[in-house]
Design a protein around this ligand. Structure first.
Ligand SMILES: *Cc1c(COP(=O)(O)O)cnc(C)c1O
Ligand code: SF4
Length: 355
């Protein structure tokens, strides 16, 4: 078992598709790319109908259902595409997508309509144009390499990109968004670590959604990155019946911390076509955030965010603990503690005699 599953035949061969659904699954694969890395195949427990790894990567007939609220371009990448390979939505940072392929294809991917498209890789000219754009925009302080998965590139190709970013004075920080350390850990080898050596600070944001993704190989890959002096952060998509319960979510957050990865974002699932079966309600997400707060270390707290459809940015949508109080009584605020008890907080901290 050393090849990725990429075809219907391979799915059948690995007994990952119900014989009654073959026609539908074929349709799903036509629309949305399929790839399950060997490492993830090994983690699938076929005896469990709800296996969290299978759920993330094995195509499902529900993907053929599209609701009126689902979009081709759920987070407005198109309107913010400056030149091919550059998505510039916020003033001080932009995305650079050198490749649009991934070692696995998550069935809920927010860019599922873009990735693995015909042009998988930026050509030399396109890459030049992307760097010219960054060069001409001195407000770009940070470049975020994403995709696809930038860690799928060969170390030498990655090094070339880093060298070019290193040469642009106003780019002070370089960030990677990747799933490679958990789904194809062997890629984080000595060559890759050497290629990531850069004068500028490099941050790696790992996308992982379930504690089962942390195999011994994954732990090793994360340790190699952190030991090389690269700070790691996490991003997780809140997924129905996969990590939308406090046991799994808290275990995952602790797992990140144990790997020296600081939880960064918990994403509310985007309105991507054919992903309704993965979405929870915002209330569920807020409830989970309340359960995390106070009961689990402050280190384990991600920010719960929603990427506003249309390209307006990621905004926090976690629970609010502070409410306006009665001004007349000099109680400006009510603040809720993690047990749900409410406490008053005064309007002014200045002593009246001096104020
Ligand atoms: C998510 C995203 C970023 C990064 O946002 P942060 O809040 O800095 O993590 C930047 N640009 C685009 C287009 C994005 O979608
Ligand atoms: S790794 Fe990221 S970009 Fe690739 S399929 Fe998964 S969510 Fe999409």
């Amino acid at each position: 078992m050393n090849k990725s599953i990429r075809t219907l035949e391979a799915l059948i061969q690995h007994e990952l598709v119900n014989a009654d659904h073959i026609v539908e699954i074929e349709q799903v694969i036509e629309h949305f790319s399929l790839s399950i890395s060997p490492q993830m195949q090994q983690k699938i427990d076929k005896t469990k109908p709800d296996d969290p790894i299978a759920k993330q990567f094995v195509p499902h007939i529900e993907e053929l259902k599209t609701t009126a609220f689902e979009y081709h371009d759920p987070i407005g990448d198109d309107v913010h595409t400056a030149v091919k390979g550059i998505i510039h939505r916020y003033p001080d940072r932009c995305l650079l997508t050198p490749v649009l392929v991934c070692p696995v294809y998550c069935r809920f991917c927010f860019r599922r309509e873009k990735i693995a498209a015909s042009s998988e890789k930026l050509t030399a000219v396109e890459l030049d144009n992307a760097f010219t754009y960054i060069n001409h925009h001195p407000e770009i302080w940070e470049v975020i390499l994403t995709g696809g998965d930038p860690f799928i590139l060969k170390p030498a190709a990655l090094k070339k990109i880093l060298d070019r970013l290193n040469a642009i004075p106003h780019v002070e920080v370089i960030r990677f968004h990747t799933r490679v350390p958990v789904v194809e850990s062997a890629k984080i080898n000595a060559d890759m670590i050497a290629a990531l050596k850069c004068d500028k600070p490099i941050y790696v944001v790992l996308h992982a959604n379930h504690p089962n993704e942390f195999t011994p190989e994954a732990s090793q890959a994360c340790a190699a990155l952190v030991d090389a002096g690269i700070p790691m952060l996490s991003q997780t998509v809140l997924l129905k019946d996969l990590n939308d319960n406090i046991e799994t979510l808290s275990t995952l957050m602790r797992c990140f911390i144990k790997h020296r990865i600081k939880p960064y974002y918990l994403h509310h699932a985007d309105l991507v076509r054919g992903t309704q079966h993965f979405r929870t309600s915002i209330e569920t997400g807020q409830q989970l955030m309340k359960q995390l707060r106070g009961r689990f270390s402050g280190l384990c707290q991600p920010t719960y965010v929603l990427d506003i459809p249309g390209g307006f940015g990621k905004m926090p949508i976690g629970p609010c603990y502070l409410q306006a109080g009665e001004k007349a009584n000099e109680i400006a605020y009510h603040i809720e503690d993690y047990h749900g008890d409410i406490h008053a907080y005064p309007s002014r901290l200045i002593d009246k005699t001096t104020g």
